[in-house]
Design a protein around this ligand. Structure first.
Ligand code: NDP
Length: 247
């Protein structure tokens, strides 16, 4: 943990899940540049530490572990003050055909992408409601708005993220808390690497190679733009994809 302050102007605490790589790492860097102290979560502690951001508490936490999430948020708040932003970004994409795919892969996607995201919400929301202020950014996908072949369970988890975010917004908007769904198209990260179906993986890689897809920074920019709007304004859904991505 590096608690050396590099920023004269102190902003409130932001929590980023899946901060060790891809979109989460780019978002953590962007928030740090804007002066936020951070709680960075992911399973691989070394990758979180390697970001070497100032005022950042790093915790090796599996988002499916509800108690560990709660404890990490409590510890960070005792050091940096109340959480003002949660970027619920941790996720896994294990593409494949449902009739061939090991059922354990469905379980993992449902556990991380849906239950893990809810654990994040649960860890920060009571305090936000009490303070009548705060922002939850749930990272979904364009696959949470439309279907693609071989995306059945992944897409199901992201439709769940969209659906629960819409309902959650209705619950907490009377308390002054914002819920923002960010739905990226294809982004150049390691997300695809965990897919075990080699044929499906090769097909997706060919698509990725045919288009100049988004960078993690592009998505981080969208997240920080939405967060930076006044608290009375909620950019409810941000759908952002490469211009060259047709579907
Ligand atoms: P990455 O694989 O780079 O990032 C995923 C992050 O989630 C990793 O840092 C990983 O860290 C973390 N993670 C995975 N499982 C867990 C877990 N159980 N507990 C805690 N952290 C976990 O891919 P992206 O940056 O692309 O993905 C970020 C989000 O963006 C995901 O929700 C993804 O679905 C979404 N998305 C990505 C798109 C893309 O094309 N890349 C398109 C649309 C949406 P660790 O392994 O250390 O735990």
């Amino acid at each position: 943990m590096n608690t050396q302050s590099a920023h004269p102007r102190r902003r409130p605490l932001a929590v980023v899940t899946g901060a060790g790589s891809g979109i989460g790492a780019a978002t953590a860097r962007a928030l740090s540049e804007e002066g936020h102290p951070l709680l960075l979560l992911g399973r691989d502690a070394a990758r979180l530490e390697a970001l070497a951001l100032p005022d950042a508490m790093t915790r090796s936490v599996d988002v499916t572990d509800r108690a560990a999430m709660d404890e990490a948020v409590r510890d960070a708040e005792s050091l940096y003050g109340p959480v003002d932003l949660l970027v619920n970004n941790a996720g896994v994409m294990l593409l494949g055909s449902v009739h061939r795919q090991p059922a354990e892969e469905w379980d993992r996607m449902l556990d991380v992408n849906v239950r893990g995201l809810l654990n994040g919400v649960r860890a920060v929301l009571p305090g936000m409601v009490e303070r009548r202020r705060g922002t939850v950014v749930n990272v979904s996908s364009v696959a949470g708005r439309k279907s693609y072949a071989h995306h059945t369970v992944y897409s199901g988890t992201k439709f769940a993220v969209h659906g629960l975010s819409e309902s959650l917004r209705e619950e907490v908007s009377p308390h002054g808390v914002r819920v923002i769904t960010v739905a990226p198209g294809a982004v150049e990260t390691g997300l695809l690497s965990h897919t075990t179906d080699e044929a499906v993986k090769a097909g997706y890689q060919a698509f990725k190679d045919s288009v100049e897809i988004l960078t993690p920074q592009d998505v981080a920019d969208a997240i920080t733009f939405a967060y930076r709007l006044p608290q009375r304004v909620t950019l409810r859904e941000v759908v952002v994809a490469a211009t060259g991505q047709a579907a």
